[in-house]
Design a protein around this ligand. Structure first.
Ligand code: LLP
Length: 425
């Protein structure tokens, strides 16, 4: 018979995670550079037969060192705000490598993108096309634009992260796009070069992504018939990862699912993956700070991390596996794994079967590389957590620490309470 704890997934790099938690403290995010490089390579290899550009969606995790890592791996950038454009530039991207997306762009953000000359602004509405044109004319330049199309496709993902239904706020309805290009995209200041489609996130069935690509190709051809020089189709991001260990489509399968739609077409493709590049590469380390059990009731393990550091469980009911870094011997028992915040939704997992825990034990919350640190807040005046990168390459020998043959370095130190308060007058 297998030991009770064999039901738990093993934590990769456990000795080095323990060393990091001991030295840096918790909560701390730890990312594995090798996994990010491998995921990037899988996209690049999968799409190799067709002209393509892989624009990392910074919103998934815009910590500078990770954005740089993706740039040096060969990625380009998808920015969703003026702040993300700035991060992309500081990470070394040139404007021609940045696409700028976003359901609402302020006048300042449009000015920033127009004056930089980004690769494309993904426009959301006829009004926005007009505003971009006006800024371009005022600055005596021409801006490359792609209109975001809402294809009315159900991505079968969580309702909060599905974007391609006509009830969602994103883009313009497919049936109206041809007319919109005729009426709004041919004005001075605009160079319509693409179409943009993104149907949602954490998509684990490839069929909606294939269908979206087919619709983009059809529409792109119609626009070319109208004399509009569409060059690229931006198919967005959206490929999911496995949060519970069950099989999901691989990056290679994703590539194989969209390539038939575009092969033989005159269009190059842009994709904007976020989660699939960084999600599985990150863990959030925490320490058990309290344990309690109601009489005959639930057994709670309170962590020093909560929805402030990783909001996904509280916001979407998202499942993340949770494992002790160094499991104690003993039978598995059910725990409510909760955070320290004054919110009932601040729960990481209910009824989690874990070996016995003691105060001071370290847990790893898995698959936290995407939409973890990027969505962190300082609610309850909790400073933002530290972040660490494990990387065998590109380490300055003077700054990298080593443990168990692994090199690591702090890529974002823990915010201090003074820094948190520094903007207040
Ligand atoms: N492109 C656009 C236009 C997007 O809106 C998104 C994500 C992406 C690309 C990247 O999608 P990905 O490849 O990462 O699925 N906070 C949520 C996810 C929100 C996704 C928003 N848009 C979560 O934690 O699940």
């Amino acid at each position: 018979m297998s030991s009770p704890s064999s039901a738990l997934p093993a934590v990769a790099n456990a000795p080095v995670l323990s060393a990091i938690a001991a030295e840096i403290g918790t909560p701390v995010y730890v990312y594995d550079a090798a996994l990010i490089r491998t995921a990037y390579r899988a996209f690049a290899d999968g799409l190799a037969s067709h002209p393509h550009a892989i624009h990392y969606a910074l919103k998934a995790n815009s910590t500078l060192a990770l954005v740089r890592l993706l740039r040096t791996s060969g990625a380009q950038a998808d920015a969703n705000s003026g702040g993300e454009i700035e991060v992309a530039l500081r990470a070394g991207f040139i404007p021609e490598q940045i696409v700028f997306t976003g359901v609402g762009k302020t006048a300042d953000e449009l000015d920033q993108a127009v004056s930089l000359g980004v690769k494309a602004i993904n426009a959301e509405s006829p009004g926005e096309l007009d505003r971009i044109a006006a800024r371009a004319v005022a600055l005596s330049t021409t801006v490359r634009v792609a209109l975001r199309v809402n294809p009315d496709i159900d991505a079968k993902s969580h309702p909060h992260i599905s974007t391609g239904l006509k009830t969602n706020k994103f883009g313009m309805p497919l049936a109206e796009v041809r007319q919109l290009y005729r009426d709004h995209a041919r004005q001075p200041g605009l160079e319509p070069v693409g179409l943009h489609i993104h149907v949602g996130s954490q998509i684990t069935s490839l069929e909606p992504l294939t269908r979206a690509a087919e619709r983009a190709v059809d529409l792109g051809r119609q626009l070319r018939d109208d004399g509009i020089g569409i060059e690229h189709l931006d198919l967005g991001g959206g490929l999911g990862i496995s949060y519970d260990g069950s099989p999901v489509p691989t990056i290679a399968e994703y590539a194989a699912a969209i390539l038939p739609a575009v092969t033989g077409s005159p269009f190059s493709i842009v994709i904007e993956p976020g989660r699939a590049l960084v999600g599985a590469a990150g863990v959030l380390l925490a320490t058990v700070i309290d344990l309690k059990q109601y009489e005959g009731g639930l057994r709670f393990a309170v962590l020093d991390t909560g929805m402030t550091e990783l909001m996904r469980p509280a916001l979407y009911g998202a499942y993340h596996r949770i494992v002790p870094i160094e499991p104690r011997p003993g039978d598995l028992v059910p725990y409510e794994i909760v955070g320290p915040l004054c919110e009932s939704s601040d729960i990481f997992g209910r009824n989690r079967m874990l070996p016995p825990l003691e105060v001071g034990d370290r847990l790893a919350i898995l698959d936290a590389g995407a939409y973890g640190s990027a969505m962190a807040s300082t609610y309850n005046r909790r400073p933002l957590p530290a972040e660490v990168l494990l990387d065998a390459h590109n380490h300055d020998a003077t700054t990298a620490r080593r443990h168990d043959g692994k090199a690591w370095r702090v890529i974002r130190r823990r915010q201090t309470i003074d820094e948190l308060l520094s903007t207040e007058l």
